[in-house]
Design a protein around this ligand. Sequence first.
Ligand code: DC
Length: 219
Amino acid sequence: MKHRIITIDGPAGAGKTTISKLLAKKLGCVYVDTGALYRGVAYEIKNQEIDWKNDACLEAFLMGLDLNFNRAKDALLLTSSKKDITPYIRTPEITMLASASSAKPQIRLALLDIQKNIAQSQDAVFEGRDMGTVVFPDAPFKFFLFADLPVRAKRRYAEMPQEQKDIKKVQQDMEKRDTNDSQRKEAPLMAAPDAIKIDSSCLTIPEVVAKILNYIQKR
Ligand code: DC
């Protein structure tokens, strides 16, 4: 691996996104949100009304899929066949569909090259569920961020638009996602054996960033 790759895995609401973006900025490298790719697949499954549980339908759909990241100033945009779909991939429905459909090995395989190709040309912080275990098992810096479920649900609730607010539903959906993501056969959410585990339940964002930078700089 030519470039410096930092992996940040963990469940939803553990602080991965904010922390990965800050780290990338501090280290002067790019930030890659791999969850956006799974959300992009889910968005197109819904948009094109794909019967994704049927392997033949899913495979035909994946052959025509064209997802890419575009960087615009500070934002990371996701395009599908050159159309910006970033505004549509964070609804509760797409979130749950991304979690369910990401268990399909064909989907995971289709997204593998996009992720690996980014790492070929630049240093990057990759955020996801299987970065340290499957996509970049040789990454020199691996972190696994986690926090108690009620803390994570509260954080997600605070970020949501007013009209979608229901803390109980946020926590239930998060618990369901934790189960889907960690119990699937293919690339389940788990810490790589050599990942540094950080419990962010009682830490602020700057404290977590400082901890990670400290590990990186000590090496
Ligand atoms: O990180 P996120 O919440 O945007 O991810 C949405 C879903 O995508 C998540 O519930 C599981 C799936 N995902 C995955 O399976 N592997 C990744 N590397 C990233 C996300």
